[in-house]
Design a protein around this ligand. Structure first.
Ligand SMILES: Cc1cc2nc3c(=O)[nH]c(=O)nc-3n(C[C@H](O)[C@H](O)[C@H](O)COP(=O)(O)OP(=O)(O)OC[C@H]3O[C@@H](n4cnc5c(N)ncnc54)[C@H](O)[C@@H]3O)c2cc1C
Length: 394
């Protein structure tokens, strides 16, 4: 069929663009729809981890890099711990420019990119029919839905998130020349735990501004405006600074991110690390895996997209599940576990191996527990003596 595409991608963020790039470079006929004109604004901290960069071949053009990150400063209540590494952990980027670059890579690989909003899709025998806002119909043998955390197309494939899987982020950008500001070392990310339930507040030093934000369990951020103003004020930023809110999925869904001919990638699939809030790496990688599975499926007579689930599971979704479980445990025993994690910089360093792609939550958590068999009871005892602290969840 002349107008039949091998793959139609909905969404031109990192998930959709990487699926389109990989599929086009494997020789597939790809049509990608993105509703916004690029570069567009995307609420984000702008931290692109080492493992995310490795999905793009390990480096990106120098002019996209606003800062290079070698360490983190973690705060929990009165305690601060800093960990520096010799190797670069992440870079900070402007998300508009970064996403534009990733989408251009897809275009250069041969994907056709159209700026139209997709209203619906229908899975049929042998094809997927995709319908644009204007009523135009397009057909593909397969489709990837990478519409991000917002949008409803993904719910034709999987259930809506349960209340305890809905995250929310509030973010703003504050110019560095603006009055009083905390002194975040130039090559460190500052993360403040205890600010929200199942999340944290952040101050990321970009080139000319700080990305200041907080994220956590949406149902527990009942007054976002007040909560964010308090966070800004506590960090000597003007409390009335305007901000943006955006949903963030808490990784790991029981329902498979898979229809008959449709795959969900990135935030649409729920692929975000609940503990760190990292999603760019998993969007990029799930897009690539989806493209490879679709290319494989096109060569086989029987329709089978389950290799996508298997590959995501073996590469990252088990890890995302443990990041969710760990976040739930911390939410249950915040003082005990945060006090433990910030008690030694080697524990913080162990966590940093995860966004580097060198370790996983299960390993890090159980190693810390094993290592702290002596100190954990002491921290627990301290918590029992000062129950006010343990109970004071945000
Ligand atoms: C405030 C905040 C801060 C964050 N900070 C970080 C961070 O520092 N580092 C990190 O790794 N992760 C971070 N994340 C998570 C990260 O932003 C996401 O995981 C990532 O953007 C997911 O990529 P995606 O391609 O799945 O979705 P998106 O980046 O959301 O892209 C989806 C695209 O689809 C388009 N679209 C939607 N619906 C349609 C439609 N119907 N038709 C056509 N196009 C459509 C949208 O316009 C959009 O361009 C943050 C998230 C938030 C909310």
């Amino acid at each position: 069929m002349k107008d039949m595409h091998d793959l139609i991608v909905v969404g031109g963020g990192p998930g959709g663009a990487s699926a389109a790039e990989r599929a086009a470079s494997l020789g597939l006929r790809v049509l990608l729809f993105e509703k916004e004109a690029f570069p567009r604004y995307k609420p984000c901290g702008g931290a692109v981890s080492k493992q995310a960069l490795s999905c793009l071949g390990g480096s990106i053009p120098r002019d996209l890099i606003e800062n290079e990150i070698y360490g983190v400063r973690i705060k929990y209540k009165e305690k601060t711990v800093e960990a520096m590494e010799n190797e670069r952990l992440a870079i900070l980027v402007d998300r508009g420019a970064f996403d534009h670059y990733v989408l251009e890579r897809a275009r250069k690989a041969g994907a056709e990119v159209r700026h139209e909003r997709i209203r619906d899709f229908v899975e049929e025998e042998g094809r997927v029919r995709v319908i644009s806002q204007g009523g135009q119909e397009y057909t593909g043998i397969f489709a990837v839905i990478a519409e991000g955390a917002h949008g409803k197309l993904k719910y034709k494939v999987r259930d809506r998130e349960a209340r305890d899987k809905n995250g929310m982020c509030l973010v703003t950008e504050i110019g560095m020349e603006d009055g009083e500001r905390p002194k975040v070392p130039a090559n460190m990310l500052e993360i403040q735990f205890g600010v929200t339930r199942m999340g944290y507040g952040w101050i990321f030093p970009h080139k000319r501004h700080y990305s200041v934000g907080m994220g956590g369990l949406a149902s527990k951020i009942s007054k976002p405006r007040t909560a964010f103003a308090n966070f800004l004020q506590a960090n000597n930023f003007p409390p009335e600074t305007p901000f943006k809110g955006h949903a963030i999925p808490f990784g790991w869904h029981k329902k498979k991110p898979l229809g008959k001919r449709v795959l969900l990638c990135g935030d649409a699939g729920g692929f975000v690390d609940t503990f760190f809030g990292e999603g760019i790496a998993y969007a990029l990688r799930s897009g690539q895996i989806a493209a490879e599975c679709i290319a494989g499926a096109l060569t086989k007579p029987a329709l089978d997209l389950t290799p996508y689930i298997k590959a995501c599971r073996s590469e990252f979704s088990v890890n995302l599940k443990y990041s969710y479980i760990l976040s739930r445990m911390i939410d249950r025993y915040p003082h005990l576990l945060f006090s433990l994690f910030v008690s030694q910089d080697k524990y913080v360093k162990a966590f940093l191996e995860i966004p580097k792609g060198k370790s996983n939550y299960k390993k890090v958590f159980f190693n810390i527990l094993k290592d702290s068999t002596l100190s954990l009871p002491l921290i627990a005892l301290k918590e029992r003596r000062s129950p006010g602290q343990a109970a004071s969840r945000p």
